[in-house]
Design a protein around this ligand. Structure first.
Ligand SMILES: [Zn+2]
Length: 460
């Protein structure tokens, strides 16, 4: 088994579609009732009455009946490693560093590009079926198969990076350059790339600076229309500052974020996953640098590293978004679960039910992600001129009944089974609950081949 081409179906051209007579639309300015949305040339071109749209915009190719649907912007999963769908359930209930060093990293060292691509196809399929339209994902890039090639084929929007460690050094930098050359800006900016040092405890200060220098160089070459951002794991465990200090002989007593800021590698283009264990100086560094946070509440609980104080981060004016982290430490890429968990943890942490309301947590999972990715003019909300990244939820589902409030429903009771249709960039990728761009039977067979091959390679 060396190829998984058969699981990808051809991607249609974006079409002119009317999402007709939606019962409720979560618009950028609030709730809109019983209006239609015209999608054309990848974008939302009109929101209004069907007759008025027809008069001003002419005809369309396809109708999607939304009369019993809630129409929302797609979720933005701002931190994941979706190819790790292949490893979910493989090793559980271990301390974070043991899990990484004894289980995950030895397998990852032997993973083949086709296996990574098929893992990413599985993760992307699950993401689409749970209403996600954009993923910021970080893993291992190879020109013969990667998360980037999988997302490009499936039609999901993505920001993809190659994780760099001390032990991948120069090779990691070269892979990032190759990833940028092959994928940055692909399909009118649907696929973008980022740079990604794994973490300040697995990248030396020199390497962190070299990666930031590479990002600036790549931005000069490729970043005119779509900026190239940087993303890394930051302050995930409370042992991290000491780990960095002892490994690299550097001063981290003011905190991990302050350390990054002192190196000159933290700025408004930096997306810091986790950011749980923060000092007062760290909050100062966030405010000064305008770096953003991608919080992964389920993964943080599962690996036992703590709870991020999102109400505090928001009150400091920091851009906060949500992510699932990799499916091996979650074990899904379901943003309904993540949104609910973020809200519940904020309430539990503060002993205050008013913290991170349903509306606020949904904003983190949509507009917050768009802002962190510097794509708020295109995605994260429903408005005329936005890219058509749209999710239709079926309000006849059990979890939607009775229906009182759109935000309360999405944040607390909606389930991925309620996802009826998903559009990304004007293409219908999920129709009546079925992914259109993947052959599921072939995906199953490829996953099963990949798992057998991994087991056999590990036993050698
Ligand atoms: Zn991660």
């Amino acid at each position: 088994m060396t190829s998984n081409q058969t699981c990808f179906r051809a991607l249609d051209k974006p079409r002119k579609i009317l999402i007709e007579n939606a019962r409720i639309i979560l618009g950028s300015k609030g709730i809109i009732q019983e209006k239609s949305i015209l999608v054309s040339d990848r974008k939302i071109v009109a929101i209004g009455d069907k007759t008025a749209i027809k008069r001003s915009q002419g005809s369309w190719e396809l109708d999607l009946d939304a009369s019993n649907c809630l129409v929302m912007p797609g979720f933005i999963n701002n931190h994941s490693h979706i190819a790790m769908a292949l490893l979910r359930g493989m090793a559980e209930d271990l301390p974070l560093f043991n899990w990484l060093r004894d289980k995950v990293w030895p397998i990852e060292a032997k993973l083949k590009p086709w296996q990574i691509e098929i893992g990413a196809a599985l993760g992307a399929t699950e993401a689409l079926l749970s209403g996600t339209t954009t993923i910021n994902s970080n893993y291992i890039y190879d020109s013969t198969g990667s998360e980037a090639s999988a997302l490009n084929a499936i039609g999901l929007r993505g920001v993809i990076s190659h994780g760099i460690f001390d032990w991948t050094g120069e090779k990691g930098l070269k892979a990032t350059e190759d990833l940028a050359a092959h994928f940055h800006g692909k399909d009118e900016g649907r696929i973008r790339i980022a740079t990604s040092p794994h973490a300040p405890y697995s990248c030396s200060p020199e390497l962190l600076k070299n990666i930031e220098a590479l990002r600036r160089k790549l931005n000069e070459k490729y970043g005119k229309d779509y900026p190239i951002l940087n993303t890394l794991h930051v302050a995930e465990s409370n042992a991290e500052a000491e780990e960095i200090r002892s490994r690299y002989n550097v001063d981290t007593k003011r905190g991990v974020v302050s350390y990054l800021y002192s190196l000159g590698v933290l700025n408004s283009d930096t997306i810091c996953a986790h950011s749980i264990h923060l000092t007062e100086d760290d909050y100062f560094a966030f405010r000064e640098s305008r770096a953003s946070i991608a919080s992964c509440p389920i993964s943080n609980l599962k690996v036992g590293v703590g709870v991020a104080d999102l109400p505090r981060a928001i009150s400091e004016g920091i851009v906060v978004s949500l992510g699932t982290d990799g499916p091996a430490s979650n074990n899904t890429v379901d943003m309904f679960e993540t949104t609910k968990m973020a809200s519940l943890l904020a309430k539990g942490l503060k002993g205050d039910t008013t913290q991170l309301s349903s509306k606020e947590s949904i904003m983190l999972a949509t507009a917050g992600g768009a802002k962190s990715l510097h794509q708020e003019a295109q995605i994260g909300s429903i408005f005329e001129g936005a890219r058509a990244d749209i999710v239709l939820l079926d309000l006849s589902s059990i979890s939607a009944m009775p229906f009182y409030d759109a935000f309360n429903y999405i944040a607390y009771s909606a389930r991925s089974r309620d996802v009826q249709d998903v559009l990304v960039d004007g293409r219908i990728l999920v129709r009546d609950g079925a992914v259109q761009t993947i052959n599921l039977q072939n995906l199953r067979e490829n996953i099963s081949s990949a798992v057998s091959e991994i087991a056999s390679d590990l036993s050698k």
